[in-house]
Design a protein around this ligand. Structure first.
Ligand code: SF4
Length: 281
């Protein structure tokens, strides 16, 4: 008898599935392959592009997302706020013996601690004054940075240089510039949590060595990753935060400003707060 009862339908489906599974088992099938891992959504402004030589970002540094759309939790390390995924004990011991940037660069060597090593051309360690008061931190190297081995050297980097020289009346060599990860993520995708966890101890060591008074986090990804906070950059920017005891000012990424020059005034407000903090304004 045919019935529309939900329970009867469920029983029929269960019976059919059971019979199907038995057929497969009889044919030697012992299980199903796992579902393929979800691939990273391709960046819609990858290289080469209008700003192919730098990390390209929208106001949230993720053009594929609406400006205030919350970032997926997987984009951030699982560690709780104000903590970092600890390096492995052997790694921790060798980093503890590092006291200078030169030693740190030697310690990183031809690093293969995460999969970003596979497609990179160059490890982009960082550049600038080892005694800098201000340290700019971006997300990761872009196309041009990967080629040249220096952070922020593409079009976005040139704008950052203008902010430093014309706005702050300083030289690039007065500050220190680095990234959260030191190898370019393929197609300018966002670094994965395990890649950040592998590389972040190097950034923390750079901070320990340089001891800047101020960190300026450039863009959504750098700010949210360092702060372990998914608050949109539009709300984070301009407000003092703390990273490992160092004052941190989140601001918009220069690549975003290239496409939204009217928002340069917001960055200038953030930079003025930084200059006031170090007594230069
Ligand atoms: S991103 Fe960092 S941890 Fe990964 S390979 Fe490059 S230097 Fe090593």
């Amino acid at each position: 008898m045919v019935t529309d009862s939900p329970h009867a339908l469920l029983a029929q489906v269960t019976h059919s599935l059971h019979a199907y599974a038995q057929e497969l088992q009889a044919g030697g099938v012992e299980g199903f392959p796992p579902a393929p891992a979800s691939s990273t959504t391709p960046v819609d402004e990858g290289s080469p592009g209008p700003v192919a030589d730098s990390r390209v970002e929208s106001v949230e540094h993720q053009p594929r997302q609406a400006a205030d759309a919350p970032a997926p939790p997987a984009a951030f390390p699982a560690s709780p706020p104000d903590t970092l995924a600890p390096p492995a004990p052997a790694e921790e011991a060798s980093l503890a013996a590092v006291h200078t940037l030169t030693e740190l660069r030697a310690e990183i060597g031809d690093c293969r601690r995460c999969r970003l090593c596979e497609k990179r051309n160059t490890i982009v360690f960082g550049v600038g004054n080892p005694d800098a008061e201000i340290m700019f931190i971006g997300e990761g190297p872009g196309y041009e940075e990967d080629k040249q081995g220096e952070p922020f050297v593409g079009r976005a980097g040139q704008l950052l240089t203008q902010i430093i020289t014309k706005g702050m009346q300083m030289q690039r060599s007065d500050v220190y510039i680095a990234n959260v990860v030191k190898c370019r993520p393929p197609e300018n995708r966002n670094p994965e949590p395990d890649e950040i966890a592998a590389c972040e101890p190097f950034l923390v060591k750079q901070l320990e060595i340089i001891q800047p008074k101020i960190i300026v986090a450039l863009g959504k990804f750098a700010a949210q990753t360092l702060l372990k906070d998914t608050t949109p950059i539009t709300r984070l920017r301009g407000k003092w935060q703390s990273y490992h005891g160092i004052k941190l000012m989140p601001t918009l990424h220069p690549a975003y400003l290239l496409r939204n020059p009217k928002d340069k005034r917001l960055v200038w407000e953030d930079i003025k707060a930084v200059l006031r903090e170090i007594g230069r304004l």
